[in-house]
Design a binder for this molecule. Structure first.
Ligand code: G3I
Ligand code: 9MR
Length: 553
C-alpha cells in the first residue's frame, strides 16, 4: 500500500525536456539549498537556493521549490537536499515524453474489445478476444418499433471504458475527441510514431487507426431508423475480476439519450474533418461520419431533454448528466466547422458560452478547443472572441498555478474529483490552447507542472502512470491487470488519482489520509482512486504530445 509519504523530494520521474521549466518540490525543513548531481557519478552539476516555504493546502504540506530549469544538458540526475533522502533519478532528454506518449496510446489497444491481443503486439499482456458484441440485446429502455425489446444487433469493436468491460458513448465522446485533437494539432509527431498495433505500417498514422477501432463501434450505436444513439452497451451488472474472454454476462444496448446523441454528433463531425485527407485510403469514411453526425444532431433537437438515468435493472456506470447546454454547444460548434452552415453557428451562440475545464459531463470546453484551432473558418469578430476568452482562461489558470506553493493548478477542493488526475491534465490541455494563441510562456510552464504532477512531483511521490517512473501503480482497478496473473499491470494507463470522496471505502482498506491530494491507495479494490479510464488516458496523450512538440528546444 502506498503510504502518505510526504517526506521525500518530489520530481517528474519520467523526466524533463532540455528547454522546459524544471521544478522539484521539497518538504520544508532547515535546508535552504539544493544540488543536482549526475545519477551515475554523483558529480554535482548545478546548485541553487530553495524558494520560501509555503503551505499547499490540498496536502496540508509545507514545501519549498527547487527550480533547476537552467539544467539543460541531457543526462540522468538526482536532486539532493541536506537532511533528506536523494530524489528518485530523472532524465533530461530531447525525447523525454516520446515513450510515455506512445504507451498512453497503446493502452487503448490493450483495452480493445472483440479482438485477440497477439503476442507480437501485446507481448506478455497478450490475451484471447473478449466480448464479440455481435449479438447484443436491445434493452426495454431502448426498444423501438423497428427494434423491439430483445431484438439483436451487432455492435462489435470499441474500447472497454476503464477497469470494467462496458462501452459508454458519453465517455467515448470526449475520449475520441481529445485523441483526434492531439492529432489535429501535432500531426508531425503522430505521423512519425509506430505503436506496433495490428494496423501499423498501413497508410494511416497509428493514432488514427487506433481511434478508428472505437469510431467503428460508435457508428453501430446509432439507430439507423431515427438517428438516435444508445447511451451504452453494457452488462446489467459489472463483471467480476475475470479476463475479458472469461466473462459470461449478456450484453445490452440501453436507452437513447440527448447527451449520447450530441457527444456522438460532435465527435463524428470532428472526425469527418480529421479523416478527410485520407479519403483515398478510406473511401467514403469522412462523408459517412458527417452524415451520422447530422442525423444524431437532428434527433437531439427533437429530443432535447432526455437526460440518461440507469433503468432499475442496470447497475453499471451511469455517466448521467442533466445539464445539456454544453453538449448542444459543442455539437453545434463541430457541425459548424465541418459544414459551414449558419444554422449551427446560430445554435452555438458563441458569445453566451464560457470557457471551462472539460470533463465527460461538461464538454463545453471542447468547443473552444476546436474553435481556437480553426479560427480561419470563423468571422473575424468570432475569431477574436475565441482568442480573447481562451487566453483569459489560460491567464486564470496560470494565476492559480503561480499562487500555489506546489506550482499547481490543482488548488480548490473541487479539483480533487473522481478522476482528479485527468482533471489536472485537462487544465493543462486548456493552458496549452491558450499558449498556442498567445505564446505566453508562463502558460506552457504551468502545463508542464501538471505533467510533472501526474508523473511524480506530488506529495505521495507517485508516478500515476503504470509502467513509468520509479514508483508507479502496481494494482490498478483494471480487470485484465488484476486477472492476468502477471505482476506488472498493463502499461501506459493513468489511474484516476487522489479522490477525497473515497467512494470505495466499503470495499477497501482505509486510505492513508482524508486530505484531498493524499486520498489515494494503490490497491485493486480502489475504483474511486486507482481505476483506469479511457477519458483519463486521452488528456495524458494530448498533454505529453503537446509538451513534446511545443517546448522550445
Ligand atoms: O455532479 C456532482 C456535483 O454537483 C457535486 O458537487 C459533486 C460533489 O461530490 O459531485 C458531482 O458528482 C460526481 C460525478 O462523478 C460528476 O463529476 C460524483 O460525486 C462522482 O461520484 C461521480 O464519479 C463518476 C463515477 O463514475 C461514479 O459514477 C466519475 O466522474 C466517472 O469518471 C466514473 O466513471 C466510471 C464509470 O461509471 C464506469 N466505468 C469506470 C469509470 C471510471 O471509474
Ligand atoms: O468495477 C466497477 C468500476 O469500474 C466502477 O467505476 C465503479 C463505480 O461505478 O464500480 C465498480 O464496481 C464495484 C461496484 O460499484 C460495487 N461493488 C464492487 C465493484 C468493484 O469490484
Amino acid at each position: 500500500l502506498a503510504q502518505a509519504q510526504t517526506d521525500g523530494i518530489a520530481v517528474n520521474q519520467v523526466g524533463y525536456l532540455p528547454g522546459a521549466a524544471k521544478l522539484a518540490a521539497v518538504p520544508a525543513g532547515d535546508a535552504a539549498a539544493f544540488t543536482v548531481v549526475d545519477a551515475d557519478t554523483g558529480r554535482s552539476v548545478l546548485s541553487g537556493s530553495l524558494g520560501a516555504a509555503a503551505r499547499w493546502a490540498p496536502a496540508g504540506q509545507d514545501v519549498r521549490l527547487a527550480d533547476f530549469s537552467a539544467l539543460n544538458a541531457p543526462g540522468r540526475y538526482r536532486l539532493q537536499v541536506k537532511g533528506l533522502p536523494d530524489s528518485p533519478p530523472f532524465v533530461v532528454a530531447a525525447d523525454a515524453y516520446a515513450a510515455v506518449n506512445a504507451a498512453s496510446i497503446k493502452a487503448f489497444y490493450f483495452n480493445r474489445a472483440s479482438t485477440p491481443l497477439l503476442p507480437q503486439h501485446a507481448g506478455r499482456w497478450a490475451r484471447p478476444a473478449g466480448h464479440a458484441d455481435d449479438k447484443v440485446l436491445v434493452h426495454s429502455s431502448a426498444a423501438s418499433a423497428a427494434r423491439p425489446e430483445g431484438s439483436v444487433i451487432s455492435s462489435p469493436k470499441g474500447w472497454y471504458d476503464a477497469g470494467d468491460y462496458n462501452k459508454y458513448i458519453v465517455n467515448s465522446g470526449i475520449t475520441v475527441y481529445t485523441l483526434l485533437a492531439a492529432y489535429e494539432q501535432f500531426p508531425a509527431l503522430f505521423k512519425a510514431q509506430n505503436l506496433n498495433i495490428p494496423e501499423s505500417g498501413n497508410a494511416l498514422p497509428d493514432l488514427l487507426d487506433e481511434v478508428l477501432w472505437n469510431l467503428e463501434w460508435m457508428l453501430t450505436m446509432q439507430d439507423p431508423a431515427d438517428g438516435g444513439v444508445y447511451h451504452k452497451l453494457t452488462n446489467k451488472s459489472f463483471d467480476g475480476n475475470q479476463m475479458p474472454h472469461q466473462t459470461k454476462g449478456e450484453r445490452y444496448v440501453v436507452a437513447k439519450g440527448t447527451a449520447a446523441a450530441l457527444d456522438f454528433a460532435a465527435v463524428m463531425a470532428h472526425a469527418s474533418r480529421i479523416y478527410k485527407p485520407f479519403e483515398s485510403q478510406r473511401p467514403g469514411l469522412s462523408a459517412r461520419l458527417r452524415e451520422a453526425s447530422v442525423a444524431a444532431w437532428k434527433w437531439a433537437r427533437a429530443n432535447p431533454q432526455l437526460a440518461y438515468k440507469n433503468p432499475p435493472d442496470v447497475r453499471t456506470g451511469e455517466y448521467g448528466d442533466a445539464k445539456l447546454d454544453d453538449e448542444f454547444a459543442w455539437a453545434a460548434a463541430e457541425l459548424y466547422l465541418t459544414t459551414g452552415e449558419a444554422g449551427y453557428r446560430d445554435a452555438l451562440a458563441l458569445d453566451r458560452q464560457t470557457v471551462r475545464v472539460p470533463g465527460w459531463g461538461d464538454v463545453g470546453g471542447l468547443a473552444w478547443v476546436s474553435l481556437a484551432q480553426n479560427r480561419d473558418k470563423l468571422a473575424k469578430a468570432d475569431a477574436d472572441l475565441v482568442t480573447q476568452r481562451v487566453r483569459a482562461f489560460g491567464d486564470e489558470l496560470a494565476a492559480t498555478w503561480k499562487a500555489s506553493a506546489y506550482r499547481l493548478t490543482m488548488a480548490a477542493p473541487t479539483d480533487f474529483v473522481w478522476g482528479s488526475n485527468a482533471h489536472a491534465l485537462n487544465q493543462a490541455l486548456m493552458l496549452i490552447q491558450s499558449y498556442r494563441l498567445g505564446n505566453d510562456r508562463v502558460q506552457l510552464d504551468a502545463a508542464q507542472s501538471v505533467l510533472d504532477y501526474v508523473l511524480g512531483r506530488n506529495p505521495l511521490g507517485m508516478s500515476y502512470v503504470t509502467g513509468f517512473g520509479t514508483k508507479a501503480p502496481m494494482h490498478p482497478h483494471h480487470r485484465p491487470s488484476e486477472a492476468d496473473g502477471i505482476d506488472a499491470p498493463v502499461p501506459g494507463f493513468i489511474v484516476g488519482g487522489p479522490n477525497p470522496g473515497q467512494q470505495d471505502q466499503k470495499n477497501c482498506p482505509p486510505y492513508p489520509s482524508k486530505l484531498p491530494a493524499l486520498s489515494y491507495i494503490d490497491h485493486g479494490c480502489s475504483y474511486a482512486a486507482n481505476e483506469v479510464a479511457i477519458n483519463w488516458n486521452a488528456p495524458l496523450v494530448y498533454v505529453s504530445a503537446a509538451l513534446q512538440a511545443l517546448t522550445p528546444k
